[in-house]
Design a protein around this ligand. Structure first.
Ligand code: SF4
Length: 401
């Protein structure tokens, strides 16, 4: 069983000794904070650059393998700092080379969900429970525009998800915890290493489309974005990083103020408020008009076109009238449209759309002048849809309503 205060905030959680003594996580650090830590442990500050190079440039996260450090400094690092604080408990490769990792963060310092809680409080989750696991996926593909090979990491920002979209395995059990910035960056780093090991090459893109709603964990997501884009860090172009949200206007406006032109994707999934409320509980509190306003503000501030994500659910939101409505919404802001064919989730009453309906839907949008792509379904044979692997690994813990 998980800790009884996992979802509540009334009683401060009792910390497991391993967490109380938790070391700083390497992937949470900036060059400055790392230099401060190393200096505090008796090392020269310039060691920070050497350690960053080992991890981000050479792909080495084991202090004892950092051969230009003295043995004493290697021992100190190994004792004082955690480099990888989650454990990969399942790894799957799809026939299309998509790779999926299920990571268990038990005994790592997961941050409790926001609602009224101190963001510094810690919670301990039992190993082996879905309440401590997240998924991330490496998707090899070819760029539509340039024809170049791409390796995209799809990362999670939370354990579980508070939004509870009716069609999504991640939302079935609600929110368990927020991930830290370091845990988000670590997923990208591990997937990049995996791509290199498999001969695919390092990451080119990151999308925040795994488990969780990034806009309600900006305290971790914003520093993670900076590390992903930093030349001392993952060194990815900000334009190749996409933050996807089901729609939190205040979060969208906050994201627009950071000095990184990341791509914003709004998960619309329905072209009108009534239908949206049927499949996305949070649509009760946020209208499409409000999302359009926030998206327009984002474009004004960043000059980045918005991507509207639309998951096609067979027979529910994939009919011609829905396409016409979606075209009208899309025309109200600088946007392109990504159509996603639904991947069935065992136990959920939603169907994959028929191919004919998908192509008719796209045709209506393109005829209306909207740039529309159908996102290829990747990794269907390894349950690559959001939250599916975790759900299938722990079916009894996430029984659909
Ligand atoms: Fe959360 Fe995204 Fe799943 Fe909705 S689709 S429940 S926002 S992870």
């Amino acid at each position: 069983m998980a800790h009884p205060t996992r979802r509540g905030c009334s009683t401060p959680p009792k910390l497991h000794p391993a967490v109380r003594a938790a070391n700083p996580h390497f992937f949470d650090q900036t060059p400055e904070s790392l230099a401060d830590l190393l200096a505090g442990w008796g090392m020269p500050r310039f060691r920070a650059k050497q350690v960053l190079d080992w991890v981000y440039r050479k792909g080495v996260a084991a202090p004892q393998a950092m051969t230009n450090l003295s043995q004493r400094d290697r021992d100190t690092l190994a004792h004082e700092m955690t480099f990888l604080n989650g454990r990969v408990i399942r790894q799957q490769t799809a026939t299309d080379a998509t790779q999926k990792l299920l990571i268990d963060w038990s005994l790592a310092a997961l941050v409790t969900p926001d609602a009224g809680c101190s963001l510094n409080s810690l919670t301990v989750l039992n190993e082996g429970s879905s309440e401590s696991q997240t998924e991330c996926v490496l998707i090899p593909s070819t760029s539509r525009d340039s024809g170049k090979a791409r390796r995209t990491a799809c990362v999670s920002s939370q354990v579980g998800c508070p939004v509870g979209c009716k069609f999504c395995a991640s939302g079935l059990g609600g929110l368990d915890a927020n991930l830290t910035a370091g845990q988000i960056v670590q997923q990208a780093w591990q997937l990049s290493r995996l791509g290199i090991d498999k001969g695919l090459g390092p990451l080119t893109n990151v999308v925040f489309m795994g488990m969780g709603e990034p806009m309600v964990n900006l305290k971790a997501v914003l520093p993670a974005l900076h590390t992903l884009a930093a030349d001392w860090g993952m060194n990815l172009s900000a334009r190749r990083i996409t933050v996807s949200t089901v729609g939190v206007p205040a979060g969208i406006r906050r994201l627009a103020t950071i000095d990184l032109p990341v791509t914003l994707a709004i998960s619309l999934h329905a072209p009108n408020d009534d239908l949206r409320k049927q499949i996305i509980p949070w649509a009760e509190g946020v209208t499409i008009d409000q999302l359009v306003d926030a998206g327009r503000d984002y474009f004004t501030q960043t000059r980045r076109e918005i991507t509207l994500e639309y998951i096609l659910l067979g027979g529910l939101n994939d009919q011609p009238e829905h396409a016409h409505e979606l075209a009208a919404v899309s025309k109200r802001l600088r946007s392109n449209i990504n159509l996603i064919r639904y991947n069935e989730v065992a136990g959920l009453p939603f169907a994959r759309p028929h191919a004919d309906d998908v192509h008719r839907f796209q045709r209506i949008l393109t005829d209306a002048g909207r740039t529309t792509h159908i996102r290829a379904s990747r990794g269907r044979d390894i349950a690559a849809a959001c939250g599916q692997l975790r759900h299938e690994s722990n079916p009894s813990t996430t029984t659909p309503a």
